[in-house]
Ligand binder design. Structure first.
Ligand code: ADP
Length: 541
């Protein structure tokens, strides 16, 4: 060993591998010497052999890239060339290497030129350090910092989201409180008027003019109250996803004429004029006539409500390709541009002072939007600003093959105008008696019962053609009474109508299952009752 070490220094013409060996044989640091031009390995020590997993000497004379295949891609070879060319010392840190078995490994290289006898670089010495531990540690640190940064950013985003949610919640709570206040106010108004009307009827005695005025006023107020409660029920159906359309083929013109007629009281009260321009030919829609009617009645009522007295309201409709476009235009107070995008939002009322004077819950337009959407259409509000009037435009798809369908389903033959046997069953005696009285005045033969058992007994004795039955009753509820009536040999021919405050689809399903023919929601509109009786099948024994 000493002989070899002595040799290089002895004649100052270093034997390249020998010199390397002399300097690094026992170094724990992996080292390899390569030819500067060919990259052929001229020497490597034990530590390098262990690092690359090769036997001693089986690399000498072989290219450096055989021991370190990643050298090409990671720039090690290029660096080697530069060191050889410039004679400077260079480093390449933390290069990933593949190992068998696979595990993360990172090496750092330090390179310097080895001078030959002519004092010019003859090769390059490469010292390799296994930097796996520090590298992994550093990488973990970087990953941890990144994770911290991400989590801080996410935390920031979450805080912003929570803040936005809190804002929305506060707005919703505020809207709800405002709505409850408005709803109580709106319901108390007609109640007050009804109570005053009753007093008036008591004191008016035989004065037919005063009694007539009081009755008209009470009827108007009652309608207003029913409309408010209906809107509230629709709203609850929409929010609970229970609103379903009962579609049939309808002529738009008929629906628009009915809506115009129904809006008359408000139009007249405001001293407005209403013009209606309908297409000459029928426009058939696959629609729920009730909901369709509500859409246009709401828009017409709003046009009347939000117009100074003596305004002009125009309802027009026309075909536009596969759609029909219905416009409700008024010359009223208009809508500020900032409010236009929000008028269809729930509980939104643009001007509360004007609004208070007109009455309303701020849900009409949101119902309009929902109903139009359920019919596959869309609605827009236009206004050039305060004082310039407003226009609401509804677009609905026209029914396909409308002509072939031949219009609405024909109604069954009915016996109109005859005296019918009617049984009214309701545990609220006032409700049962007043309805029985009304039907009596209409010329029908009426009995009243105040619980389910009594209703069953009365039905057996009286054999009514029509039974108007409340559902929640003592002794036997309306469902059971209907089932028992249907089970009787004479029961099949009775026309059974459920009278209830519940009008959701599953409520209707329950009454249908119990044997009822129809499901009416209280309070029953006398006009609807007249139609129903007129359309009863021919009298049965
Ligand atoms: P309501 O009429 O019960 O307040 P709506 O949902 O029907 O509720 O209408 C919401 C708001 O939109 C109204 O309070 C009113 O401010 C505004 N609005 C609706 N229709 C018109 C109209 N034709 N002209 C001016 N403003 C209107």
């Amino acid at each position: 060993m000493m002989t070899e070490c002595d040799t290089p220094g002895a004649d100052h013409t270093p034997d390249f591998p020998l010199l390397c060996r002399y300097l690094s044989e026992r170094s724990p640091q992996p080292m390899v010497a390569v030819d500067g031009t060919t990259h052929v390995v001229t020497y490597f020590n034990h530590a390098f052999a262990r690092l690359v997993g090769r036997e001693m000497n089986d690399l000498v004379g072989r290219p450096f890239a055989e021991a370190v295949p990643e050298g090409e891609a990671n720039g090690c070879l290029a660096l080697l060339d530069r060191v050889f060319r410039t004679g400077t010392h260079e480093k390449l840190a933390d290069q990933e290497h593949h190992q068998t078995p696979p595990r993360p490994a990172y090496w750092s290289y330090s390179m310097w030129a080895i001078l030959g006898a002519d004092e010019r670089p003859a090769g390059v010495m490469i010292q390799v350090t296994d930097a796996t531990e520090t590298s992994l540690f550093r990488r973990q640190g970087v990953a941890m910092n990144e994770a911290l940064l991400v989590s801080a950013t996410r935390q920031h985003e979450l805080a912003a989201e929570a803040e936005a949610l809190r804002g929305r919640l506060q707005a919703a709570v505020h809207a709800r409180d405002h709505f409850i206040a408005v709803a109580s106010h709106e319901l108390r108004n007609p109640l007050t008027a009804l109570s005053t009307g009753l007093q008036l009827l008591k004191v008016a005695g035989a004065d037919p003019a005063t009694a007539g005025t009081a009755r008209d006023m009470m009827e108007r107020q009652l309608k207003q109250m029913v409309r408010l409660v209906d809107d509230l029920l629709d709203l609850s159906r929409i929010t609970t996803g229970k609103l379903e359309l009962r579609k049939e083929r309808v002529d738009l013109a008929a629906v628009l004429r009915d809506a115009a007629e129904a809006s008359r009281p408000l139009i007249d009260r405001g001293g407005h004029t209403l013009t209606v321009a309908l297409p000459p030919d029928p426009v058939w829609l696959d629609a729920d006539p009730t909901r369709l009617g509500q859409i246009f009645l709401n828009l017409l009522n709003n046009a009347a409500k939000y117009s100074e007295p003596g305004g002009h309201v125009r309802l027009s409709a026309g075909r536009d390709g596969g759609e029909v476009v219905v416009r409700v235009r008024d010359t009223g107070i208009g809508i500020p541009a900032t409010h236009l995008p929000h008028v269809f939002d729930i509980f939104v009322q643009v001007d509360s002072s004007w609004q208070r004077a007109q009455g309303g819950l701020g849900i009409g337009l949101s119902l309009v939007k929902e109903f139009v959407g359920l019919h596959g259409g869309r609605v827009e509000a236009h206004s050039d600003g305060p004082g310039t009037g407003s226009e609401f435009v509804v677009r609905l798809p026209v029914a396909v093959a409308a002509a072939a369908a031949g219009g609405p389903t024909a109604r069954p033959e009915t016996a109109r105008g005859s005296r019918r046997r009617v049984l009214v069953a309701d545990d609220n005696r006032d409700a049962a008696d007043s309805l029985a009285m009304l039907l009596g005045y209409m010329g029908h033969d009426v009995r009243a019962a105040y619980d389910g058992e009594a209703a069953l007994a009365a039905a057996a004795a009286f054999r009514p053609e029509l039974v108007l039955m409340d559902l929640g009753m003592p002794k036997m509820d309306g469902y059971e009474a209907a089932r028992r009536i249907r089970a009787e040999p004479w029961g099949g021919a009775r026309f059974l109508v459920a009278l209830t405050g519940w009008g959701a689809d599953d409520d209707r399903e329950r009454t249908r299952a119990a044997g009822f023919d129809r499901h009416l929601v209280k309070p029953v509109d006398p006009a609807a009752l007249t139609t129903l009786i007129a359309e009863l099948p021919a009298a049965s024994p």
